[in-house]
Write a new protein. Structure first.
Length: 283
């Protein structure tokens, strides 16, 4: 699934390609996604300029001021890439946005778990949209602090790994990045979230920030289906991963074999020696 680094990389590509240009056409080839693409969407935005492309969690916010915002989620395997508007459509291409000067963005989603939603300006601030209103804080923003993390996990019995993935405390810490962050912070992924100590939180917050920062710098993870806005695969970050998909390989710190377990139907990788499960008192 494209996570924060992949989505942010896509956002930058959209910004470079289309921001500041009027939309002149929006052909929709396949409306069936997680929710059907609104029939009226093209008429709502054609003729208006893409004024900004922002990100909230894993959602892309394509602002067509003053009429409203297109909310895009890439689902499990979606991507948005720049192409010539006359390029032959591929299987699983759903729609494209064609901007003045032949600039074109095409949405591709083999599994159809993504979404292209419309939030008109008359409905109020886009961040109040039901899909955005309950999201946690951005991990690369000032609001993601040790105190915020500890307040979010207080009293929670689910594992710290699952608490990070849920997105209600902090957004964008996907499966790969959660395993890597917990390894950097020397925290066992099965630790009950409510048992996270202040000392552990002081390690985990910067570990998350650094892990996501490294992923952003490298263009994303090695997700098989992911490509950025220029069509290039984000196949770089996990080349340097310490534990993810490294079952049986020696830990870079202690040499112990990396272990794989399943949590919430997702694979988790960790070092059983560096990340020993210790129940500690909460702050």
């Amino acid at each position: 699934m494209p996570e924060l680094p992949e989505v942010e990389t896509t956002r930058c590509g959209i910004e470079q390609t289309a921001v500041g240009y009027p939309l002149v056409d929006m052909p929709v080839r396949e409306r069936r996604l997680r929710w059907p693409i609104p029939q009226a969407l093209p008429d709502c935005i054609i003729g208006h300029t893409l004024s900004a492309c922002e990100r909230r969690g894993k959602y892309l916010l394509m602002r067509f001021d003053p009429v409203g915002t297109v909310i895009v989620h890439l689902g499990m395997s979606g991507s948005i890439r720049s192409c010539d508007p006359h390029t032959m459509w591929q299987t699983h291409d759903h729609l494209q946005w064609v901007f003045e000067g032949g600039r074109c963005l095409r949405y591709h989603d083999p599994r159809r778990f993504g979404a292209v939603l419309w939030h008109p300006a008359t409905a109020g601030p886009v961040l109040a949209h039901p899909r955005l209103a309950t999201l946690g804080v951005e991990p690369l923003g000032d609001a993601f602090t040790v105190d915020h993390l500890l307040a979010g996990v207080k009293g929670k019995s689910l594992s710290i790994k699952q608490a990070l993935l849920a997105g209600h405390i902090v957004v964008g810490v996907g499966n790969i990045y959660a395993s890597e962050s917990l390894y950097r912070a020397k925290i066992h992924p099965e630790l009950a979230a409510g048992h996270l100590s202040r000392a552990q939180a002081k390690r985990l917050v910067p570990a998350i920030v650094e892990t996501l920062g490294d992923a952003l710098s490298s263009g994303g993870s090695t997700l098989r289906d992911y490509v950025n806005a220029t069509g290039e695969p984000g196949a770089y970050f996990t080349l340097y991963a310490s534990v993810y998909d490294k079952q049986g390989e020696p830990c870079k710190r202690c040499g112990t074999g990396i272990k794989r377990i399943v949590q919430g139907q997702r694979a988790t990788y960790f070092c059983p020696r560096c990340q020993r499960l210790k129940r500690t008192k909460t702050a």
